[in-house]
Design a binder for this molecule. Sequence first.
Ligand code: HEM
Length: 156
Amino acid sequence: MTKFFLSLHVLAAIIAVGPVTVAASMFPATLRRALGAPGDGDPSTVLRTLHRICRVYAGIGIAVPLFGFATASSLGVLGDAWLLTSILLTTAAAGVLVLLILPAQNRALNEATGSAAPTPIPVAPRRLAMLTGLFNLLWDTVTVLMIIRPGSTTGA
Ligand code: HEM
């Protein structure tokens, strides 16, 4: 059963986190292009698609911690320091994505397509790029922790 859960956990990480990483990383540069050419439909369409990928795959990404917890309880490692650290970092990554990146993308999209009145503080592509970098750094760290498992007797 452990192998089954672990396979689903890793598959979910690849299928869900991969697309979010690529789409969220492409968003700030596309936003810069869209802001440079307001009314030009092309970058706005790409922006909308990138945002949709991030939103949908963030939802699918819930499967990662779900199967992660199933694997951990099956292995009996729920109290291990490396796992608790990973859970904390995964929570932080999810928080950055759901509470900061997705709403900022949504606002930027509305501003760039003119479907919302311009706000006093427009979404800066540089801030979005920084948040996306932070999200990537957090889940990269979790992946390394999952593989090295410092302090674990099953560690590499
Ligand atoms: C609540 C969050 C998470 C929990 C509870 C969790 C739990 C686990 C557990 C128990 C293992 C098995 C380790 C072993 O074989 O001894 C594992 C492996 C793995 N996890 Fe997670 N995980 C979480 C988040 C993540 C995230 C966010 C990623 C990447 C996006 C990830 C990627 C991996 C990978 C690639 C492995 C395979 C490592 C290997 O077998 O060498 N995990 N995880």
